[in-house]
Design a protein. Structure first.
Length: 246
């Protein structure tokens, strides 16, 4: 399905990002895996991708850094000959009630989760426009749709991704480029592993499917949105949350 295509996946070494890399690689894509700091996890995921027969390379980059993301896109383009699929998955949390949240914690989350996506879209858009083709997928969150106490920074960043997605869809759609968002609910990752058992129990009671999602549940939707079958879908936010009651 994706033979001859290159996917740049931020936050690609673990969790949802890793699952997206593997799903795309299984369908023939070459993978530019971007990670922030965990070199061991990045190397492990790259090795998994190679075992699948995919061409893959890991790149360390702070996606919040505009200049660094510009250099990243240049490097990936030089190594792979271009970028066809952009998946903005990188994200961090710095949770706390707004009355106690530091300015730095707010700024850091906005910088990575929202500005990081802008940076990558800004630097890849010229290549997409030249080819008159491209897929952009932004990984937002149900927190950006309904808010979440203790996550003013995270929810604001993820809500911003929704607005960014819809705007990019309008700006680039006439050139054959689609931009969509996927909004995961509670997915079994490192980010949810530390949640109290009582919270997880409450979550599952509010999910009709009565389970947490798996990274592969999100990866399947991302893969679809990258595929030719989704050619007439743009500016949409697809929730992958098991029917979570808001």
């Amino acid at each position: 399905m994706f033979t001859g295509k290159t996917a740049l996946v931020t936050g690609g070494s673990r969790g949802i990002g890793r699952a997206i890399c593997l799903a795309l690689a299984k369908r023939g894509a070459s993978i530019a895996l971007v990670y922030a700091g965990n070199e061991q996890k990045a190397a492990e995921t790259q090795a998994e991708l190679t075992l699948l027969g995919a061409t893959a390379k890991a790149y360390r980059c702070d996606v919040a850094d505009f200049a660094a993301t510009g250099e990243l896109v240049k490097a990936v383009t030089a190594d792979f000959g271009g970028i066809d699929l952009l998946i903005n998955n990188a994200g961090i949390t710095r949770d706390g009630l707004v009355m106690r949240m530091s300015e730095q914690d707010f700024d850091d989350v906005i910088a990575v989760n929202l500005k990081g996506a802008f940076n990558l879209i800004r630097h890849t858009s010229a290549g997409f426009l030249r080819k008159k083709a491209g897929r952009i997928i932004n990984v937002t969150s149900v927190a950006g749709l309904m808010g979440n106490a203790g996550q003013a920074n995270y929810a604001a960043a993820k809500a911003g991704l929704v607005g960014l997605t819809k705007t990019i869809a309008r700006e680039l759609g006439s050139r054959g480029i689609t931009c969509n968002a996927v909004a995961p609910g509670f997915i079994r990752t490192d980010m949810t592993a530390g949640l109290d058992a009582r919270i997880l129990d409450t979550v599952q009671q509010n999910v009709p499917l009565h389970r947490l999602g798996e990274p592969e549940d999100v990866a399947g939707v991302v893969t679809f949105l990258c595929s030719p079958d989704a050619a007439y879908i743009t500016g949409q936010v697809i929730q992958v949350d098991g029917g979570l009651r808001m």
